[in-house]
Design a protein around this ligand. Structure first.
Ligand code: BEZ
Length: 211
């Protein structure tokens, strides 16, 4: 059955461009992003991997380890890495899984046979510090992802995990957030010393707590 939010992220040990990797060990007590791309030596994938390499300091800041995947083998990955550096102006600085036997692709349901029966789609999984799946997004092969949006969602997820707040429509870092409905006004008083504005009893808006 396909993975769902809240499920434990399946563990695996695989070959990557950084050597053998055990997923749960690699994540340690931090967060993770596992993302698949359809194929090596393809244009959109080349730009995506370059962008993720450029954004690595942003993932590091959030204690998030990134790992990419495609069903191509390790020789192909190693040959392609040079093209990414040459064309995107940055070296690959995170592991890329060689999943030619499709162990991880199957575990994470990354092959959608009615789209393509051999290549992975553009899946994104965000994994929390508790190793549970927090976010699943699926893009088609022809659309490059917006990794600024992935970072924005991670900021929102980490605010929820650390401060019991949710984020409203089109929220951006620094803007007001919403106190989760599960928190009583009494408990909220201790957690939100700056107070909140109750537009409705269930819609309590407060400044972003970590700013
Ligand atoms: C690409 O990365 O450019 C790509 C891969 C598979 C299908 C279409 C585009």
């Amino acid at each position: 059955m396909a993975l769902r939010l809240g499920d434990l992220a399946p563990d695996f040990t695989v070959e990557t461009t950084d050597g053998k990797l055990n997923f749960h060990e690699y994540l340690g007590d931090g967060w993770g992003v596992l993302f698949s791309h359809p194929k090596d030596f393809t244009p959109v994938c080349t730009t995506e991997l370059g962008m993720v390499a450029k954004l690595k300091p942003e993932f590091d800041k959030r204690n998030v380890k990134v790992v990419g995947l495609s069903v191509d083998g390790i020789e192909s990955h190693n040959a392609w890495v040079g093209d990414i550096e040459e064309t995107q102006g940055t070296a690959l600085n995170f592991p890329l899984i060689a999943d030619s036997d499709r162990v991880v692709s199957d575990l994470y349901d990354m092959i959608h046979p009615n789209a393509n029966d051999t290549l992975t789609v553009r899946s994104v999984f965000v994994i929390g510090a508790d190793k549970k799946v927090k976010l699943i997004i699926t893009y088609p092969a022809s659309t490059g992802r917006n990794f600024d949006e992935i970072l924005r969602v991670i900021d929102s997820l980490q605010l929820t995990a650390n401060y019991s707040v949710a984020t409203p429509v089109n929220w951006k870092d620094g803007e007001d957030v919403i106190i989760v409905p599960a928190l009583s006004d009494e408990d909220a008083q201790a957690k939100f010393p700056k107070g909140w504005k109750a537009l409705k009893p269930y819609l309590r808006v407060t400044p972003q707590p970590n700013k």
